[in-house]
Design a protein around this ligand. Structure first.
Ligand code: GRF
Length: 195
């Protein structure tokens, strides 16, 4: 059994895709120990609670110094002791103490190395893709190292950019046609020893 902790910051549509994939057995041998958000208002936490999953908020705002937040987050995750940490729409920098102690994967809403690295997150990624005029974009699942979007790539899926796309329309298509497919697939691959 692969025990995972899912880290979220926002709406939680990637979390929802993981929960659905487990329910429908597209992901096998996997158990979500907890969902942790840095943002107490994240709807992803509601999704976790509705699915009967432990939902925790550990926010940098609750700590005077960042190091104290990093320590609290690291201690909680060591207490949970997951086999894998999944960053699913997670906007907070993961402390080195976690990167160096756990297997972590992340979903990025572009075809790394395009539109990735410092400053490329959320809607900004799709704005940059449209500004550049790419005809194809997509999403990437990668292992997390101490860089930003620089760890080894696991899966990628391409998505067509269409005439008249706005960043919001493109973001939605990339989520529907790529993110919600390859993140569950990567978890299942890890759960079944394929990577
Ligand atoms: C998604 O585009 C994800 O790739 C990015 O944040 C957006 C929202 O993710 N990191 P979610 O709906 O909170 O899963």
């Amino acid at each position: 059994m692969l025990n995972i902790v899912v880290m979220v910051s926002g709406g939680g549509t990637n979390l929802a895709a993981i929960i659905k994939a487990i329910e429908e057995k597209e992901i096998q041998n996997t158990n979500i120990l907890a969902v942790i958000s840095n943002n107490e208002g994240a709807y992803a936490l509601e999704r976790a609670k509705n699915a009967g999953i432990m939902a925790l908020c550990i926010s940098p705002k609750d700590f005077e110094f960042r190091e104290m937040y990093n320590e609290a987050l690291t201690n909680k995750i060591k207490e949970l002791s997951p086999d894998l940490i999944v960053l699913a729409g997670c906007m907070v920098k993961i402390p080195e103490s976690l990167v160096n102690s756990f297997k972590i994967i992340n979903i990025h809403p572009a075809l790394i190395p395009s539109f990735s690295g410092v400053g490329f997150y959320g809607l900004r990624v799709h704005e940059a893709a449209l500004e550049r005029g790419v005809k194809v974009t997509g999403a990437t699942v990668h292992f997390v190292d101490n860089g930003v979007d620089t760890g080894p790539i696991i899966l990628q899926k391409a998505v067509e950019v269409k005439e008249g796309d706005t960043p919001e329309i493109l973001q939605r298509r990339v989520m529907e046609e790529a993110e919600w497919i390859i993140l569950p697939k990567a978890i299942n691959m890890i759960a079944n020893g394929e990577i």
